[in-house]
Design a protein around this ligand. Structure first.
Ligand code: GLU
Length: 504
């Protein structure tokens, strides 16, 4: 058997991070078994269609490096892969269920059903259209065949409903194990609507079957639909796929599902890419635009509901493919931890070479100060500051002084470190530096430190004001590395500027 899995989103807006995790688990499962990862767009509900949502899904997967093998945007033999383009084929399947007795026509109007619902409510009951009352309602089970035909011929609107059997249904979920359902409690779901369109349930089963899907891996919110889906396979006489329902992704704090509001409140994105709502124009943050690396986002998502059975945290995509199994996906909800995503980002950032990071940093430098430093200089800057960064965009705050001289100095440090004698000492330092022909970090270190010892000044007295002059703050990389990179002239200029500004 060749594994074929599908990700089947409805294009109703940007893809939520939970949807990305569903796609990722499908991808990992497919790749692990040399299978095929398919994108099917479930757009039967045209009222909820949002332009751009489909492109967004494809772009997000490409950014994450988990592209589809087949389906919308990738081609394939078993398409079309957009349900709106498959409209014409669903009717025959609804007819087939009517013929074999698993489906029936129902003529009940929206109004009559609303009345029945109201009546039930007043009796503190819930209205369920099923074996208990279907014979008393207006459908092809209660009406004579002639009456049914007459209504259809006269154009009376109808739907096709599923005749839910009454039994103890036994099912297996790859994650949850054995599940039992008393189907007598379920309703006769509508499969085909009066507007000639299938409902989600019918389209989903027909598509999974005709697209030869072997494993349905999807969110827990679809677990209640599993009995109907399993029974639909039985009704058609088709071999059902295996089912796996993934645990919910929960709020970082408190109870309930992770929502966009949690992200807004706590300052983390719940979408892979930035999204601009086509109607309201409102913008939602995305991991990509916020500076996250795709491998960090993938690693974080992979562990949100799955682990290998040990404490391992760092996984490349190919490690994940090797290690992943549905058997180790957890049954209970996975708490979202935005701090952990940052941690992963930092880990992955540290894996990049100085040269790669310099390339990513170049446009930021250009934007901030208009400079185009050489790749060599940028690479050295990155080398000095990278250890303290979680994101590439933090490089600027950590290393702006490499490009622009400080004009302000940390107030607390200036007060404490710039003493009445400092200007005299710094003047001597300038003379010392002026006389150096070789101005590299090692020579500077030997020379300046040697001189400090000779003079008996004490290291802090010289090095702290030097640092303040060059950086503007009491922290940063090795002071002699900085001086070498700035060059003799700039180093001396900065010390002289600090002397004028901070003189006591
Ligand atoms: N269109 C459904 C969704 O948006 C697909 C559910 C499934 O995978 O069966 O989640």
């Amino acid at each position: 058997m060749t594994v074929r899995v599908r990700f089947a989103p409805s294009p109703t807006g940007p893809l939520h991070i939970g949807g990305v995790r569903t796609a990722l688990y499908n991808y990992l499962f497919a790749k692990k078994h040399n299978g095929t990862f398919i994108l099917r767009i479930e757009d039967t509900d045209q009222n909820r269609y949002v332009p751009g949502a489909e492109e967004y899904i494809i772009e997000a997967m490409n950014w994450l490096g988990i592209p589809f093998d087949e389906g919308v945007g990738s081609g394939g033999e078993l398409g079309p892969y957009r349900q709106s383009e498959r409209k014409a084929m669903y009717r025959q399947y609804a007819d087939r269920l009517i013929e074999n007795g698993w489906g029936y026509y129902a003529f009940d109007t929206a109004e009559s059903l609303a009345n029945l619902r109201k009546q039930c409510e007043s009796e503190k009951k819930t209205f369920v259209y099923n074996h208990l009352n279907r014979n008393a309602l207006e459908n092809s089970l209660s009406l004579s065949p002639e009456e049914v035909q007459a209504r259809i011929d006269s154009g009376t609107p109808y739907v096709v409903r599923f005749k839910m059997p009454v039994e103890e249904l036994h099912m297996v979920d790859e994650i949850r194990g054995h599940i039992t359902q008393d189907t007598g409690l379920l309703d006769d779901k509508i499969l085909f609507k009066s507007d000639g369109m299938p409902t989600y349930h019918l389209a989903n089963i027909v598509d999974d079957h005709t697209m030869e899907i072997t494993h349905v891996i999807r969110g827990e919110e679809w677990l209640p639909s599993m009995p109907l889906h399993v029974l639909l396979y039985r009704a058609f006489g088709w071999e059902p796929p295996k089912f796996a329902h993934l645990p919910l992704i929960m709020k970082p704090v408190g109870k309930g599902k992770l929502s966009k509001r949690d992200g807004d409140k706590m300052g983390f994105p719940v979408f892979p890419l930035r999204w601009t709502d086509p109607k309201s124009g409102s913008i939602s943050a995305g991991y990509r635009e916020d500076g996250y690396l795709p491998e960090a986002v993938l690693n974080m998502l992979a562990l949100l509901g799955w682990n290998e059975g040990n404490d391992r945290e760092m996984y490349s995509l190919s490690d994940l493919i090797d290690a992943f199994s549905l058997a180790r996906v957890s049954k209970s909800g996975a708490k979202f931890n935005p701090q952990k995503t940052k941690w992963f980002n930092q880990q992955y950032l540290q894996n990049y070479s100085d040269e790669d990071l310099a390339l990513q940093f170049a446009p930021i430098v250009k934007e901030k100060c208009g400079q185009n430093p050489s790749a060599e200089f940028l690479t050295r800057v990155v080398h000095e500051i990278r250890a303290r960064a979680t994101f590439v965009h933090e490089f600027w705050d950590l290393g702006a002084f490499f490009f622009v001289a400080p004009t302000e100095f940390d107030a607390k440090a200036s007060k404490k470190q710039w003493k009445t004698t400092t200007n005299d000492i710094m003047a001597e330092v300038c003379t010392l530096l002026e006389g150096m022909d070789v101005f590299d970090s090692a020579s500077l270190s030997t020379r300046v430190k040697g001189w400090i010892v000779e003079q008996g000044h004490g290291f802090g007295k010289v090095m702290q004001p030097m640092r303040l002059s060059l950086v503007g703050a009491p922290q940063g990389p090795d002071i002699f590395d900085i001086a070498e990179m700035l060059g003799k002239e700039e180093t001396i200029n900065r010390i002289q500027y600090a002397m004028q500004t901070l003189k006591k």
